[in-house]
Design a binder for this molecule. Structure first.
Ligand code: UDP
Length: 634
């Protein structure tokens, strides 16, 4: 408690110390002097106020169209100035889109005199966030009701093959990073190195050299921005500069530090790989074949470098585009930085995740009814964010409002499995994954269909796959599994669908002291079974896992950590979630330090064969900078 107060945070939600530290650094609003002016509960209230109030706009649209008001609603008694700002922006956009007509003043008269469900929605949103059952992505918490008002985590920007277009994209990247969003790019349109530049008759420097400019921009913005910006760089397998791209993150004083890189693969590559054939590398401008390379040679280079540095990953463009529901608008060429969100050029997506640990009942079963309710509420929340959002770039606003992509996902999956007594690397865990994710996908689609009836289909619906199947939808996608890197710390649960990273570890605190931090579920179970001792916790903290600890086998199996789980199980888990997920699944395929490049090749190939949308691996200690180490011995 003392530590929390020292940080200037009045913790009214009984969060963990780590959660409070994270909130203090970037999330809780501060005054001019940098003093924190809200509590964690007030932060969630601020978010609920700004996202929930959007419901009033759609109640007004129905009033204009049908003359009906919400019988189940009530009159709004009071609005904050910042809520009025959000409503005014949303109102003007909906007038532009032809959904509303008249003046903002008329709308204000409506909400002060007629019942709407906005207040009720605000209460529900607030409740599910403060109970940590649902948490939106970081930018929503940082910026809702605050000056920036940019609420999304994921963006993809097009990079055209001209100096003007490249630097336009650099500028847009800066705008996005300032607000805490991450950007993905396909560099495949840029002409290859040494190709002729028409206007100057000089030679082009190629995609990798331009990526460095984006990297430096990110580095500089980082200082003043909301958080470290992140990038995904993608190059197609048939671009002439592909081999330079694959090796671009090699150097010790790493260039492209702020980039994850992935090779954009198509099925053709794997056919060539299997038949020991050659890939034609083509000039992106003219389509002419510049050279050829053996598919096997490229593959070997990919897996050796992924072994060395964790980059490049792969993204499977054909798989992604087979699942693209709005093929009528554009093809997908890139994803956001962590790979879970494929997007069209200029599209953005806002994410939010349900904490599964909160949905296990006392009798150790899943509370499906409450989960259903939360899925519906959070889907509505994410749809509202599209209207509450203050987009940093005009084209992004237009594209995002056209497809209304949202990404509902989960976190606390490993916690849930432990509470249910099921080991992560088991058939039973895959079955639970399948049940949970198919339920989430189905129910969020149902809510999107309800919203389509209440608010209309997304504008790009006409001509989409949904129209062909005659399914009304408010959003072109509803589910994405995000890494939940920060929001799982805030919620105090295991991240995303990952297994536990460590059971216990030493945390260095001020004045040279060390504190042992033990996973709360482990501590609880050990106490229940009379196995708890300080000495044991100390021992566990030195290695991070239970492999060398004298404990009953069932506990060692239940608490297996990420590095002890066979890579194949990691891929199987990713593929199982992917089956029921509209967008992509964030998953780190952890490999032990002694894994070989062939092991990485096997994991990459398995991901392709199991219809994943992409894959990244991480071999323990393969990067000089690693955020988390399991145990203190390494
Ligand atoms: N992201 C980013 N910078 C970061 C972390 C995340 O730009 O430092 C973006 C990126 O697009 C990533 C997405 O946010 O894919 C979701 O990441 P995560 O779920 O870890 O974010 P959280 O909401 O937990 O902060």
């Amino acid at each position: 408690r003392e530590e929390k107060e020292r940080l200037g945070v009045k913790d009214d939600l009984k969060l963990t110390l780590n959660a409070v530290k994270v909130l203090e650094a970037r999330y809780l609003l501060k005054d001019e002097e940098g003093k924190i002016i809200e509590t964690p509960d007030q932060m969630f209230r601020r978010v609920a106020n700004h996202v929930g109030v959007i419901d009033a706009l759609y109640d007004y649209a129905n009033f204009q169209k049908k003359g009906t008001v919400r019988e189940d609603g009530k009159k709004i008694s009071n609005l904050l100035n910042t809520q009025i700002e959000v409503l005014e922006r949303g109102f003007n956009e909906l007038v532009n889109d032809g959904v509303l007509k008249g003046t903002f003043g008329q709308f204000m008269d409506f909400i002060y005199t007629k019942p709407t469900i906005a207040e009720d929605t605000i209460e529900k949103f607030h409740k599910m966030m403060k109970s940590l059952e649902y948490v939106p992505n970081s930018p929503t918490m940082m910026n809702a009701g605050a000056r920036l008002g940019q609420l999304s985590a994921c963006f993809v920007l097009p990079v055209g093959d001209s100096i003007e277009e490249i630097f336009e994209a650099v500028k847009q990247t800066a705008e996005i990073h300032k607000s805490g969003g991450g950007t993905g790019f396909s560099f495949s349109r840029l002409r290859n190195k040494d190709d002729i530049v028409g206007s100057t008759k000089g030679v082009a420097s190629g995609p990798v050299s331009f990526m460095k400019i984006f990297d430096t921009t990110t580095e500089v913005i980082k200082q003043g921005g909301k958080r470290r910006g992140a990038n995904m760089g993608i190059l197609r397998y048939d671009h002439p500069d592909i081999m330079e791209f694959i090796t671009s993150k090699d150097s010790e004083n790493t260039i492209l530090k702020n980039f994850n890189i992935s090779v954009g693969m198509e099925d053709e590559f794997f056919e060539k790989l299997d038949s020991d054939g050659y890939v034609d590398l083509k000039n992106p401008k003219t389509g002419k074949v510049v050279s050829r390379i053996k598919a096997r040679t490229m593959w070997d280079s990919i897996i050796t470098h992924a072994w060395k540095t964790a980059d490049p990953g792969l993204i499977f463009l054909d798989e992604i585009n087979r699942a693209n529901p709005v093929k009528n608008i554009a093809d997908i060429e890139a994803t956001n930085p962590c790979g879970e969100q494929p997007l069209m050029p200029y599209e953005s997506c806002n994410l939010g995740s349900i904490n599964l640990a909160k949905f296990v009942k006392e009798d150790n079963t899943i509370d499906w009814d409450r989960l259903r309710e939360t899925v519906h509420m959070s889907t509505r929340f994410l749809d509202n964010v599209v209207d509450a959002n203050n987009f940093p770039v005009r084209q992004i606003k237009e594209m995002t409002r056209k497809t209304r992509k949202i990404g509902l996902g989960i976190m606390g999956f490993a916690d849930m499995l432990i509470m249910l007594g099921v080991p992560y690397d088991s058939e039973e865990a895959l079955k639970i994954a399948e049940n949970v994710m198919s339920f989430l996908d189905l129910e969020s689609h149902k809510e999107s269909q309800n919203l389509a009836i209440e608010r209309g289909v997304f504008p790009g619906w006409y001509g989409s796959e949904y129209e062909k199947e005659d399914i009304l939808m408010r959003n072109s996608t509803t589910t994405t599994i995000a890494p939940t890197g920060t929001i799982s710390i805030i919620a105090g649960c295991s991240s995303s669908i990952e297994p536990l990273f460590a059971i216990a570890f030493m945390r260095h605190v001020l004045n040279g002291q060390e504190l042992i931090e033990v996973n709360p579920l482990f501590e609880e179970i050990m106490k229940k079974r009379n196995l708890y001792s300080e000495k044991l916790m100390q021992d566990v903290a030195t290695t991070g896992n239970l492999s060398k600890i004298d404990l009953p086998e069932d506990l060692k199996r239940l608490f297996k950590t990420a590095h002890e789980i066979d890579p194949e199980w990691h891929v199987l888990m990713q593929a199982t979630f992917q089956k029921y997920c509209d967008s992509g699944v964030s998953k780190t395929i952890n490999l032990p330090n002694d894994a070989t490049p062939e092991d990485i090749g096997k994991a990459y190939r398995l991901a392709k064969d199991l219809h994943c949308k992409g894959i990244t691996v991480y071999r323990d200690r393969s990067k000089t900078e690693q955020v988390l180490y399991s145990g203190t011995s390494g």
